[in-house]
Design a binder for this molecule. Structure first.
Ligand code: 4PL
Length: 244
């Protein structure tokens, strides 16, 4: 008995990192999971491991978002859960953020999340049930360095989450966000973020390094039916680095 038995979920960016852990957790709780990801091969492997489906998707393309949702509904009958996890997680000093780089982040992290929310909520409205969980970041509260453009996109997603909760509540759809802190994974290991692991741990109440599996339970909870009285909220899952 899982808390998502019989539910159909889409996880964007589910091929690796936090997204992969979310895919595994939702499947473990009984959901059928569809992964939308640019990394087609890794997405296939992640989907195969849980008996799910991978759909090669660039969330910045409106047609591809519509296709991801349509394929899910065609194949599995409906859409209950949408986890918007796909994002670019940069490490870029302020002086190196030019307008091209700014737009690249906006296009994927903010436009892409908007497009998936549009397509996903349209499908959910037809059943008058839905759970949307948007992955943001504790950096929007902390002013973390080297990610000003990223923080602008994630702050936008947090505000979008609050507004969508109002617009969609009448259709039985809840919209919440989860804000992880710095999390060790195959992406952050290979970037200058890895140099910040120890510093971030020193700021946390719980003194160990966070991994992707630490984030997934908060997402599964907000994606479950029993979280139905919670909407428009941000749940910070960061070992207590930021108290919000
Ligand atoms: C505190 O979301 O929240 C590094 C990299 N440090 O992506 C993040 C902190 C990173 C963060 C993040």
């Amino acid at each position: 008995m899982g808390k998502l038995d019989g539910r159909v979920a889409i996880v964007t960016g589910g091929a690796q990192g936090i997204g992969r852990a979310i895919v595994d957790k939702l499947a473990d709780e009984g959901a059928t999971v569809v992964i939308g990801d640019l990394a087609a091969e890794k997405a296939e492997a992640a989907a195969a491991a849980v008996g799910g489906l991978a759909v090669a998707t660039d969330i910045a393309e409106p047609d591809q978002c519509a296709d991801l949702v349509a394929t899910t509904v065609d194949r599995f009958g409906r859409l209950d859960v949408l986890v918007n996890n796909a994002a670019i997680v940069p490490f870029t000093a302020w002086d190196d953020i030019d307008f091209v780089e700014w737009r690249r982040l906006m296009r994927v992290n903010l436009d892409g999340t908007f497009l998936m929310c549009k397509a996903g909520s349209d499908a959910m409205r037809s059943t008058e049930y839905g759970r949307i969980v948007n992955i943001v970041s504790n950096s929007i509260l902390a002013g973390t360095p080297n990610m000003a453009h990223y923080e602008a996109t994630k702050g936008g997603v947090m505000a979008l989450t609050r507004a969508m909760a109002t617009e969609l509540g009448g259709y039985g759809i809840t919209v919440n966000s989860v804000a992880p802190g710095l999390t060790k994974n195959e992406h952050t290991d290979q970037t200058p973020h890895a140099n910040a692991y120890d510093f971030v741990v020193s700021l946390q109440a719980l003194p160990r390094q966070g991994v992707s599996e630490d984030i997934a339970p908060a997402v599964a909870f907000l994606a479950s039916e029993e979280a139905g009285w919670i909407t428009g909220q941000m749940l910070v899952s960061d070992a207590g680095m930021v108290r919000y």
